[in-house]
Design a protein around this ligand. Structure first.
Ligand SMILES: Nc1ncnc2c1ncn2[C@@H]1O[C@H](COP(=O)(O)OP(=O)(O)OP(=O)(O)O)[C@@H](O)[C@H]1O
Length: 298
């Protein structure tokens, strides 16, 4: 059973079809980036998982059940939603203490969660004076209070400075890869999550346009290209073609398909050809993303 399962989910608001037949799963121990431009339907999907939106059809399940059916929701799923409101006059610690009491969790969890998000020093301070970044950390502490195995994070990098984004990446990696949690994180900026996601699900105008591993997205359905530079480029191009490569030559660079980096290195060694550059082309991920979502490059 997948930790998160969205199956044929649809939801309209009046004439707007916010989510239109979306299906995907997130497994334990992995991070999935849920990506799409503003208004694509990301938040509606995530709110459906948390029982905050009632779908017109299909299902959104956590650990095989609807959110309302979970016996101990805070211990199964932690969520950070956009525009989380904290009572400004309450301290960070009191926010979490109230949650612990309501969920019958030991209050020590509140201290632990604040320490893990780096807010231990300001635990006794009112949220009123907190920066956006501190509020996001507090929202994450709230999500992890019951030490759940599933995290649903809606644009958690919003309002964070570069150091905060770096910290968030490490934190999500820790949750998934060390604690074995399933993490679903939405963003409209691919670059924000590109370094940490195992899988991507891309939606546009409510419809799923691509899902798979990041590697699959990068290759965009095409054979990977290796860039090779050598002084004897014409001769080496012919050699590579003899070994089954397809070679395009331009400006002294060979773009090779059908052979991987290791095979090319071995051929060069056998032929005693000095390579001055060899790199795997990554493709322009942002460009692929913009094409898939029908957005114009600005
Ligand atoms: N409660 C609502 N009432 C009416 N329309 C809504 C409601 N919630 C969402 N919508 C509409 O549904 C569509 C999808 O919105 P949603 O917030 O799910 O997208 P999103 O991908 O999360 O976008 P963003 O990145 O801007 O948050 C949008 O056209 C939005 O205006």
């Amino acid at each position: 059973m997948a930790a998160i399962e969205i199956r044929d989910l649809s939801k309209s608001f009046g004439p707007v079809r916010a989510v239109d037949g979306v299906s995907f799963t997130v497994e334990a121990g992995t991070i999935t980036g849920y990506l799409g431009p503003n208004g694509a339907g990301k938040t509606t999907t995530l709110r459906s998982l948390l029982g905050l939106v009632t779908a017109d059809s299909g299902s959104a399940l956590v650990n095989g059940r609807r959110y309302v059916e979970l016996d101990h929701p805070l211990s199964e799923v932690g969520a950070v939603l956009e525009a989380t409101n904290f009572h400004p006059g309450r301290t960070a610690f009191n926010h979490l203490r109230v949650l612990c009491t309501a969920a019958r969790l030991p209050v020590a969890r509140a201290e632990d969660a604040l320490a893990r998000v780096g807010l231990a020093d300001v635990a006794g301070k009112r949220v009123l004076g907190f920066s956006m970044g501190m509020r996001q950390r507090l929202a994450l502490a709230t999500a992890m209070i019951g030490d759940p195995g599933v995290y649903i994070l809606d644009e958690p990098a919003n309002g964070l400075d570069p150091a905060g984004i770096q910290w968030l990446r490490g934190f999500m990696r820790h949750l998934a890869h060390e604690r074995g949690a399933a993490v679903l994180v939405s963003s409209h900026v691919l670059a924000e999550v590109e370094q940490i996601v195992d899988n991507v699900v891309i939606i546009a105008k409510g419809r799923l346009v691509r899902q798979g591993s990041l590697a699959e997205l990068i290759s965009n359905g095409q054979a990977p290209v290796v860039r090779v530079r050598t002084v004897r480029s014409e001769e080496f191009a012919a050699t590579l073609e003899r070994h089954g490569g397809q070679v395009e030559a331009a400006d002294g660079v060979l773009r090779v398909r059908g052979l991987d980096v290791e095979s090319i290195a071995n051929i060069a060694l056998d032929e005693r050809v000095l390579l001055t550059e060899m790199t795997q082309e990554r493709g322009d991920l942002q460009q692929i993303f913009l094409e898939l979502t029908g957005e114009e490059q600005s």
